[in-house]
Write a protein that binds this ligand. Structure first.
Ligand code: AHR
Length: 660
């Protein structure tokens, strides 16, 4: 960003607007209010936009076990002019019955003959890093060797290795590749070098460098960007993929445990959901399964928030229902999940957790029943789940669904029923334009304090319209969300958790926009919206401080926490004793305000401030300019119990004010 240019336009804007207004932000630091949930600001992961396969799961080979309906999806025949051979998909004497298909390559020579895998819109490989090739291989004829080769997008050979030791039975074969160049769209070749025949299954190329260097682990840069958010919780595995288009396609957590070759493949519902964004190669191979989800939560210090299917398929699709008298297996899955997470290792599911390498409990505290459900069918199913879960695990907080809209009839019906059923927490969703977020910063001021708490489980400001492919993660949307979050923070006694959605999107394979973090095969791109989440999460505080804005020139004067286009909330952080003030200026011009703190002690002059802004509401980050809209930290020297400060146009400011 051109800072000097920005400073110039800021001065002009100031002379036009701020001088005429008398805005006061009053923080009653001497009257701390509600405790803020330490897990208030979290993340919502769903396998959408290639979030898991081709995303967090660091596997580079797509369709590694030839189980896609078209078993050669992602694979192509490599047959130079002197090569002769055949490819066939078979399932007799498979390596693993759960995923029975495998590839037979029969080569007549003399030139190398075989297959190439395209990866997930290419394979991202880096010079200087090592990649583990592995496969289950059975030699069926001849004595030829296999050539394992990595080619760059321009056809350059990046590295090559030979495999020579085989057996007539399935055998694990491994070799390490070291690409000589970095390439975002490399391809992996498996070639029979001469005359011979082989069966191949579970063909894999994995970076050695994964998150915590776990073999078969997660993409380190993607996890790091999550860890950098310091999320209080992580909701998983979705989203609509919990529900499935039909119940047969629902997420079944038990099928995602154990050796990856035993995790059955599922078509991802986002494969075909949007005809305008088809992704025919999008499947769930569950390299990232429920054990890995719990482990990830633990790694990044987030409380786990799994969502289970409640016997309902997606109501935007088939709306298939599991009959009430057949619901028990679904409920049992939920009960077993709690046992898997928390049960002693003497229990059936606690023992399974221990066998996977985690004898200690995962300390699960909450569970979502259903994703984005609605109607009486949901309520009767929720009630059954609640009865069973509360009887066995009264300590687990249950989260009920409030449908896809934050205020329609479905929402009102669900809230009234969930209130009557004493649900612990209600999950509200909202995808709307920035104006909605700006207009609803006081939404929770009047919520009933005695009923269920609120989980703002999915939200994102849409720069154009919900489901528009033109939606962008620009500063305008980020600032609208920031304004809205001040309202959540001021009401942290009733709003206990919030998470933006969706979390990840691959630039070459997305179905839904906007998204919090964009990725390509080699890099991650936090958006302006990401930095808003990070500013709230890393500057959470422990107690709400009553905060009011008075704007003598505005009709909205007197609405707590809001004056025209200026929004504020404040908290106190116990460990540092600091007052953390967040001010959002959603106007296109700078705003000057007087900040007044009622405290028993004097405020120190020196204070840290962090500002997120950009050249205009349209400003965005890109892979070329990843920090075009990013927080900038500085020090002010003139803080006091009453001081003036100018908030830039389209900005979010965090001030950390200390006592003397
Ligand atoms: O976040 C994308 C989708 O939006 C989720 O899968 C669903 O819960 C909501 O409709």
């Amino acid at each position: 960003m051109n800072r000097s240019l920005q400073a110039g336009s800021l001065a002009v804007a100031l002379s036009l607007s701020a001088s005429a207004r008398a805005v006061t932000i009053l923080i009653q630091a001497d009257q701390p209010g509600a405790d803020i949930n330490p897990a208030m600001w979290g993340i919502f992961f769903e396998d959408i936009n290639f979030g898991a396969d081709g995303g967090l799961c660091a596997e580079l080979v797509k369709n590694r076990s030839f189980e896609f309906p078209d078993p050669l999806t992602g694979w192509s025949r490599i047959s130079p002019s002197l090569a002769r051979g055949r490819l066939s998909i078979r399932d007799d004497s498979p390596f693993n019955a759960a995923n029975p298909h495998y590839l037979r390559i029969e080569s007549e020579g003399p030139a190398p003959f075989g297959v190439a895998n395209e990866g997930f819109r290419g394979m991202g490989v880096r010079q200087g890093e090592a990649y583990n090739f592995s496969a289950r291989i059975r030699r069926t004829d001849g004595s030829a060797a296999l050539r394992i080769e990595l080619y760059g997008s321009d056809g350059t050979l990046l590295n090559s290795a030979r495999l020579q030791e085989f057996s007539p039975d399935w055998k694990a074969c491994n070799v390490v590749l070291h690409p000589k160049d970095t390439d975002a769209k490399a391809r992996l070749y498996v070639l029979v070098d001469g005359k011979g025949a082989f069966d191949l299954d579970m063909v894999s190329l994995f970076p050695q460098k994964t998150w915590k260097d776990r073999p078969g682990g997660l993409r380190a840069d993607m996890v790091q960007v999550l860890a950098d958010l310091k999320p209080g919780f992580m909701r998983f595995p979705g989203g609509c993929i919990v529900e499935g288009t039909q119940l047969s396609g629902r997420y079944q957590w038990k099928k995602t445990l154990g050796p990856v070759e035993e995790r059955p493949l599922l078509i991802n519902r986002w494969n075909y959901e949007f005809l305008h964004r088809p992704a025919p190669d999008y499947f769930q191979s569950f390299g990232l399964g429920f054990f890995e989800f719990f482990q990830l939560c633990e790694d990044i210090g987030a409380q786990a928030l799994p969502i289970v299917n409640c016997g309902m398929a997606c109501q935007f699709n088939s709306a298939e229902l599991c009959p009430m008298d057949a619901l028990n297996p679904f409920i049992q899955d939920a009960l077993d999940l709690v046992e898997f997470a928390n049960g002693p290792i003497t229990t059936e599911w606690g023992a399974k957790r221990a066998a996977l390498g985690h004898p200690e409990p995962f300390n699960l505290k909450m569970l979502g029943v259903g994703n984005e459900q609605w109607g009486p069918q949901y309520i009767e199913r929720y009630e059954k789940f609640s009865q069973a879960l509360k009887q066995k695990y009264p300590e687990i907080k249950l989260i009920g669904a409030a449908g896809p809209d934050p205020g329609d009839d479905r929402f009102k019906f669900l809230w009234s029923k969930l209130r009557a059923l004493n649900a612990d927490i209600v999950d509200e969703h909202c995808y709307s334009q920035p104006a909605w977020f700006l207009a609803n910063t006081h939404r929770y001021d009047t919520y009933d304090r005695n009923g269920p708490k609120v989980f703002m489980g999915e939200y994102a400001a849409q720069s154009v319209a919900t489901l528009s492919t033109k939606n962008r993660n620009n500063l305008e949307t980020a600032i609208a969300e920031a304004a809205y979050l001040t309202g959540l923070e001021r009401n942290a006694d009733v709003v206990r958790m919030a998470s933006y959605a969706p979390l990840f999107a691959h630039v070459d394979a997305w179905q839904w926009t906007p998204d919090l973090i964009w990725v390509n095969n080699l890099a991650v791109l936090p958006t302006a919206n990401y930095y808003v989440q990070q500013l709230f999460s890393r500057n959470r505080g422990d107690k709400v401080l009553p905060t009011d804005i008075k704007d003598e020139g505005s009709q909205t004067s007197g609405i707590t926490g809001q004056a025209s286009q200026l929004f504020a909330s404040a908290t106190r952080e116990n460990a540092s004793g600091e007052v953390i003030l967040k001010v959002v200026n959603a106007a296109n011009s700078a705003a000057k305000a007087e900040i007044k703190l009622k405290t028993t002690t004097a405020v120190a002059g020196r204070a840290t401030i962090i500002v997120l802004t950009g050249a205009s509401g349209a400003a965005m980050n890109s892979f070329d300019q990843p920090r075009n809209v990013a927080p900038v930290e500085s020090i002010v020297q003139d803080a006091s119990n009453a001081f003036r400060h100018t908030f830039p146009a389209n900005s979010m400011t965090v001030m950390r004010l200390k006592g003397r």
